[in-house]
Write a protein that binds this ligand. Structure first.
Ligand code: AMP
Length: 190
């Protein structure tokens, strides 16, 4: 199995690149942000609880996202592998993911981290907010909160994967296809 954590701050291009990679490598896309937005649009109790946190740019509790990932892993046990997009975001989530995969005799193949500076992230997210309708892409204040959450709780995961010798950092600047080429080069060497 090929199990890739596609990593980076909000606005780094994880969703766009994941869509390309699932076709190129025949993988299942697991985006906790998309799964949560689905719960919100279906007005489930989980969605209603998550909405307020998401709209203010804060992370939702670990047990919520870990539970969502656990059920998707079980349902796709025969797939060629997974792209984890926006998950894990805390060390508790990373540890839980390793344990879940280990239970199936699997592991993370690589964490590919997209590097983009803050000014470019803010520019991209405000631009995306014009058509996405996402509440969390609308204001510089909420975007700043999301970047702060990333720096405090999520960025340290690079150390977690680098200790396992799995971290590959690449530039997330340039065209979509240039970034896709860089990711492909990393995957093809695994
Ligand atoms: P995203 O689409 O990945 O930018 O996620 C949008 C929002 O969903 C985040 O700002 C969080 O509020 C929530 N979220 C998504 N994935 C996670 C996660 N792994 N852990 C906690 N919160 C998450």
């Amino acid at each position: 199995m090929l199990n890739i954590v596609l990593f980076g701050p909000p606005g780094a291009g994880k969703g766009t690149q994941s869509e390309m990679l699932i076709k190129e490598f025949n993988l299942v896309h697991l985006s906790t942000g998309d799964l949560l937005r689905n719960e919100i649009s279906e007005k489930t109790s989980l969605g209603l609880k998550a909405k307020e946190l998401m709209d203010s740019g804060m992370l939702v509790p670990d047990n919520v996202v870990i539970g969502m990932i656990e059920s998707r892993l079980k349902n796709n046990i025969k797939s060629k592998g997974f792209i984890f997009d926006g998950f894990p975001r805390t060390s508790e989530q990373a540890i839980a993911l390793d344990q879940l995969l280990d239970g199936n005799k699997q592991s993370i193949s690589s964490m590919i981290s997209l590097k983009v500076d803050d000014n470019e992230l803010i520019r991209r997210l405000l631009e995306r907010g014009k058509d996405s309708g996402r509440a969390d892409d609308q204001s510089s204040e909420i975007i700043a909160n999301r970047i702060k959450e990333y720096n405090n709780k999520t960025a340290p995961l690079k150390l977690y994967y680098s200790k396992q010798d799995k971290l590959k950092e690449i530039s997330g600047l340039g065209t979509i296809s240039e970034i896709n080429d860089r990711i492909n080069q990393v995957i093809n060497k695994l």
